[in-house]
Design a protein around this ligand. Structure first.
Ligand SMILES: [Fe+2]
Length: 226
């Protein structure tokens, strides 16, 4: 937890550099500060509030920055995402061990926060990365589909995306990564289709093709097992 806090200090610094470079709107700043105060004042346990903020707010904002931000914001978001995955994993375990649950009012605050952030975006644009609905639904998925958040008050609405690495901790990040991974795998399958040796092929060619096939099969197997 201590090293997570040190990470957060660095994240603040990096994001503040981005804010300085891009500029901020005074009215937005004032609203953001009121929202921040609402999070601070909320009675749920601090660790639970941190976990929800990381999983259902930052795991939406960071991909948004990566897809729609300028070079500085993209770079900052990329490196922060790596730390946040660890934080969310850590927070999920600790809140579970402590038997903490999330209240409905914290969920409402989460909704208010994410709606406020994406309020300027339209909901009917075909480009999902600038579509408000896409990002709001991402936050809902992260909130409700994570196994560790199952409680009487907040029922999961579906199953998690499969993953071999702590799927309950960051399904949305995985969803983006999985989307990219699927694209990469289909490209690999297209580029290196199954190979059947013919009598004229040299041993070298057969071995070369077999090597390619085994790598493709290995990737397919990894996906199947995950
Ligand atoms: Fe964090």
């Amino acid at each position: 937890m201590e090293s997570n806090i040190q990470d957060e200090i660095k994240h603040d610094l990096a994001l503040n550099y981005c804010a300085d470079a891009i500029g901020v709107d005074e009215k937005d700043e004032a609203e953001a500060k009121r929202l921040r105060q609402a999070w601070i004042d909320h009675p749920d346990h601090t660790l639970m509030k941190a976990l929800i903020a990381e999983r259902a707010i930052f795991f939406v904002l960071l991909p948004f920055f990566r897809f729609c931000g300028n070079a500085g914001l993209r770079e900052a978001a990329q490196s922060i995402s790596r730390d946040e995955q660890v934080h969310v994993a850590c927070g999920s375990i600790i809140t579970r061990e402590l038997g903490l649950s999330v209240s409905s009012s914290l969920d409402l605050l989460r909704k208010a926060t994410i709606n406020w952030v994406f309020e300027p975006l339209a909901a009917n644009t075909p480009n999902k990365y600038i579509n408000k609905k896409f990002w709001l639904e991402s936050s809902d998925r992260l909130m409700y589909e994570a196994k560790l958040l199952v409680s009487r008050k907040l029922r999961p609405v579906g199953s998690l995306l499969s993953s071999n690495i702590m799927p309950e901790t960051y399904p949305n990040t995985i969803s983006f990564q999985y989307e990219k991974l699927t694209m990469v795998v289909s490209k690999i399958q297209e580029t290196f289709p199954p190979y059947t040796p013919t009598p004229g092929d040299s041993l070298d060619l057969i071995m070369y093709k077999a090597g390619q096939s085994s790598v493709v099969e290995y990737i397919e197997q990894l996906l199947e097992d995950s």
